[in-house]
Design a protein around this ligand. Sequence first.
Ligand code: FE2
Length: 425
Amino acid sequence: MEALFPTLEIDYDEHPAFRNLARASSWNDKQLEAWIGEIDLALDYIERLQIRVREAESHYRDAVLPKIEALAAYVGQQLPGTALRKAVAKAFKLCGDEILLDLRCKNERRLFDSRPLIGPGELSCHESIHETGLAIAKADTDDLRRLQERTHAEREAMRPGSAADDAGRNVHAYGQYDPASRRAVDILRKTGIWGAAEKYKRLRLELAYCALELSNEGQTWYRDCYSDAGLPTSDTAYLHYDGNFSVIKALIYLNDVDLQAGPFRYNSQSLKWKRSVFTNTLLVHLDQALGERRYHGYGGTYYRPRFKLTSTRNDFASLPRCFRSSSHFGDDLLNGSPMSKRLLEAERPVTGPAGTCILFDGYGGLHRGGLVTKGERWVINVGLQAEAASRFAQRYRRKLREGVIRFTKIAGVYSILKRLRRVFP
Ligand SMILES: [Fe+2]
């Protein structure tokens, strides 16, 4: 019988690109899994408490942080090579920071003042995202025209042949107050997507980013990761979970998108699949830390460089089994494998005319998009972040600034004393 909750675990020991690599065998996988289980349990407990943010922080420092630090120290001790050790240590540190931020936002939800949803747009979007992790709406024709006008200049500049690198991702980021961002926000509010997103997250949201993206069939950023091992591009390439709880995403199609034009695809079943919050967050940061150019030295366009080179595949193989994965694991599934078939069957493509608006829970559910086989896709990507998240970040920056001022004052007094000592020894 098919498992209700697939583990999404890929056996890299059997993967053609990894099976001949030397593997570290000294890891105590059972012990590591037990530690990860304890961290997840503690995080779940703190989240359920729905307490004041400062209390949640205190619980985190007492019950979670020491475990993450112990785990990081254990893993760090056994890894080969300084560069790998440093990158993994950085990933653990950033993972801890991210988990704390998410925990603050999760506890902040107890303060959410749930106003009644107004209008059929908000109601239907909320019902849909609540049940499936995905909501679809349609922008008003005039609003869409205005957005298309506001993005015209950038679209001309991004057309194939104009971009410096046509094989990579082609994105233009707008500022928060740019006319295009304002138009996009306006559409999300009018269609009911914004209100539904706030009610779904139980958090007040603000614009985190707004970006225009062109996808076309000439792009290769997700292709041929394992061509050296004789493998074709995976049918599930770019399938992934997002890394932050505090962000929810929306898309607005600027042209008609059919099945060949790289429609957004979402797997609603995966919302209910159990997975480790800690491992999920750590994998995102391992991908980032080990994906830095200075670490791997890869100059190509493929978007997960650490899986492309034999040297970094060796590093990957030396990690404990529970961390031998990626947030974007879809590229590593073998075509025709049971897991690949199951995931392909479960995903729903969202095709639609220009003006189609999509809200999705990328933290909770598997998704991908922009993999064009024919034609092109113009889309506005919008990230909505919990207002609380930037407030916490500001608080952190303020504390840091106060610390620097205090240090400067102490250093100033010390230097005066030193000078006095020179005059009056
Ligand atoms: Fe995503």
